[in-house]
Design a protein around this ligand. Structure first.
Ligand SMILES: [Zn+2]
Length: 634
């Protein structure tokens, strides 16, 4: 041993230039070690801190190779810089400087990953630990070098193994799942469900809006059936998506708020254990895939992955993967949050990193932290088409979530603004719709080119948006009409008449049963809410169609801008809410503040609460008893 040490010592005399290989070796060791620890820490902390779900930047197990890769590249760059400096100032103790810097960066990384400690405190603590570690290694430089030399190949192997197991495992898992599928009927159509997150129905031209916001969607509507009064089961993403997948009301599937993640993944747990649309279609021989731009509430992590063989949420681009690591997040906090004219923003644009500046609502950006990088309709389409191209033999079931209508509004920078866009909130909201509408058109043309004409296309949304109505700005706080009336368009020319419009209020929770019914006449599969096909097959059914119910559990995650109405109107911060939409009336009930009643046919903005008039009170009481009866029979 001592011989070896003396050899090393003679190779690297203090104060003289150190071989670059030695510096790269040390950087590799620190980079992979810091990154592996960081990846595991991010996964662990995300699980422990699940109650703060809305403010997290989320990760899945791929972070176990992405974090080491990012840290490795970063630390190698640091080592090259130290080497360069040592060329100009040969008296610098190069190895000691490098060890100090890398220890500091590793400790800062681990302290920052919870995003809970003050950055300055992390800096000071990391400096202290780095100084202590430096003193310790300085006395043992030769043995430390031997240790790094011997253990680096092992660390590199662990990193490569993580990459291979995680990426290869995912690939193999999907291959096996597809191979195990039963044969689908020869003429089975593809199923494409498109959710335009946060889209209220009255902003689509086909729903009577004064702007031409949705020419492509209107064209699809003209080829199928449009439900004029489709109602979402909740006014925010998570409960609504869970209903769209299970065909059940939020109080039934139980996903009314974020649930703690099971340590070993969701398995059959979650969603009340009920079957999902994906599972039912898998049993019919379908390849199933979800493609989500809402990386907070429509992900596999929150428990919505069951039934999907393929699920694309995080890590869709280099920028997205980068900001989910600790140093990427730090970079985003410091440089991706600047003003339009700042040097940082201009430099990033100059470098062609425009897409990194497209802020997402994911992360803690609104609270001084980092914003995620937005996933646009263009990227969702690319993911879907690549997945379809991998296997053209089987029919597919694809569930898409586009987030382009969601705050912050407006299409991506660089995409042409519509004529009407003068920059007001509503102009921008409509511009986001115009952008995603364009990309829906592009997607359908791509599918046609691939010969996938035999496709059931369903367009809907998970909830609406207040846009100033009732003093609210966003969604999830109440159940007014602008928050729950969403588009619902179903096109499937072989079985659905063209250009039909259905006026009776329906719930979009009926989508899973409708799809199964279209595939196998009269079968609802595992879904309790009625198939909507009766409404185009036998229009007389409209007379006694069940009234759509929306439910909103008590919640704390309402954004500050919407909390300001607390005490002025009933919102879900201090009690649950539910709503019942009938052909004329809309009854909204709050756990603590009682009923509100609106005549939405004459007052679609719901500005006149009739509950205090004698007829209003009588009507509300009558409807409330019907509500309870319907809830019991469900
Ligand atoms: Zn949503």
């Amino acid at each position: 041993m001592s011989d070896r040490h003396s050899v090393l010592r003679s190779q690297i005399p203090r104060g003289f230039s150190v071989p670059i290989g030695t510096l790269l070796l040390i950087a590799t060791w620190f980079g992979i070690f810091a990154g592996l620890t960081e990846g595991a820490g991010l996964l662990l902390f995300q699980r422990i801190n699940w109650t703060q779900w809305g403010r997290l930047m989320h990760v899945s197990k791929e972070i176990l190779w992405i974090s080491p890769l990012v840290d490795l590249i970063f630390f190698l760059m640091v080592s090259l810089l130290v080497w360069l400096i040592s060329r100009f100032s040969p008296r610098i103790p190069t190895i000691q400087v490098l060890v100090f810097l890398l220890t500091f960066l590793s400790i800062y990384d681990w302290l920052t990953l919870t995003n809970r400690l003050y950055h300055r405190a992390c800096l000071i603590l990391a400096l202290g630990v780095a100084a202590a570690f430096l003193r310790w290694t300085a006395k043992r430089e030769a043995s430390s070098l031997t240790f790094w030399k011997r253990s680096t190949p092992w660390l590199v192997s662990v990193f490569l193994l993580a990459l291979l197991v995680l990426q290869g495992g995912k690939w193999a898992h999907e291959k096996i799942a597809v191979a195990k599928l039963p044969a689908a009927p020869r003429s089975a159509p593809n199923v494409l469900v498109i959710v335009l997150d946060t889209l209220r129905a009255d902003h689509l031209s086909s729903y009577g809006y004064f702007r031409t916001t949705s020419p492509e969607i209107d064209r699809i509507a003209s080829q199928g059936v449009l439900f004029e009064n489709a109602i979402a089961p909740c006014s925010w993403s998570l409960p609504s998506h869970a209903s769209l997948l299970t065909g059940r009301a939020p109080s039934d599937h139980g996903m009314q708020n974020v649930q703690p993640m099971p340590w070993l993944g969701w398995g059959k747990n979650g969603l009340g254990g009920y079957p999902t649309l994906g599972e039912v279609l898998r049993h019919r021989g379908y390849r199933t895939g979800a493609f989500s731009a809402n990386r907070i509430y429509f992900t596999s992590n929150v428990g919505l992955g069951r039934g999907f063989i393929h699920f694309e949420d995080y890590f869709d681009s280099v920028g997205d993967s980068f900001v989910r690591t600790v140093y990427g997040r730090e970079f985003a906090r410091l440089y991706l949050n600047r003003t339009e004219k700042s040097k940082a923003t201009r430099a990033l644009r100059y470098l062609g990193l425009e897409s990194w500046l497209d802020k997402d609502s994911e992360g803690s950006g609104d609270f001084g932290g980092a914003y995620g990088v937005r996933k646009r309709a263009d990227a969702v389409n690319q993911e879907l088409l690549q997945w379809i191209d991998r296997d053209r033999q089987r029919p597919f079931f694809a569930f898409l979530n586009y987030l382009d209508v969601h705050y912050s509004y407006g299409g991506p920078r660089g995409y042409p603004k519509p004529d009407w866009d003068r920059g007001t909130t509503i102009d921008e909201y409509d511009a986001g719709l115009k952008y995603v509408d364009d990309y829906i058109g592009r997607l359908l043309r791509e599918l046609e080119q691939r010969g996938a004409r035999n496709t059931i296309v369903i367009i809907t949304s998970d909830h609406g948006e207040s846009l100033g109505a009732h003093g609210l700005s966003y969604h999830g706080a109440a159940l007014y009409r602008e928050l729950i009336q969403v588009p619902l368009i179903i096109s499937y020319p072989p079985k659905i008449p063209r250009g039909l419009r259905v006026a009776v209020p329906v719930t979009i929770t009926g989508i899973p049963a409708t799809i199964v019914d279209l595939l196998a006449d009269g079968e609802a599969g595992a879904f309790p809410v009625s198939s909507l096909s009766a409404l185009w097959q036998a229009p007389k059914q409209q007379a006694n169609w069940p009234y759509p119910v929306s439910e909103l559990a008590q919640t704390d995650i309402i954004v500050p801008a919407d909390r300001v109405v607390e005490g002025k109107i009933p919102i879900a911060t201090n009690g649950w809410m539910r709503s019942l939409v009938m052909p004329r009336w809309h009854l909204i009930t709050h756990e603590k503040f009682g009923h509100q009643l609106y005549d939405w046919t004459h007052d679609p903005k719901e500005s006149n609460n009739l509950i205090d008039s004698p007829e209003g009170r009588a009507t509300a009481l009558r409807l409330a008893s019907q509500f309870d009866a319907q809830a019991k029979t469900r």
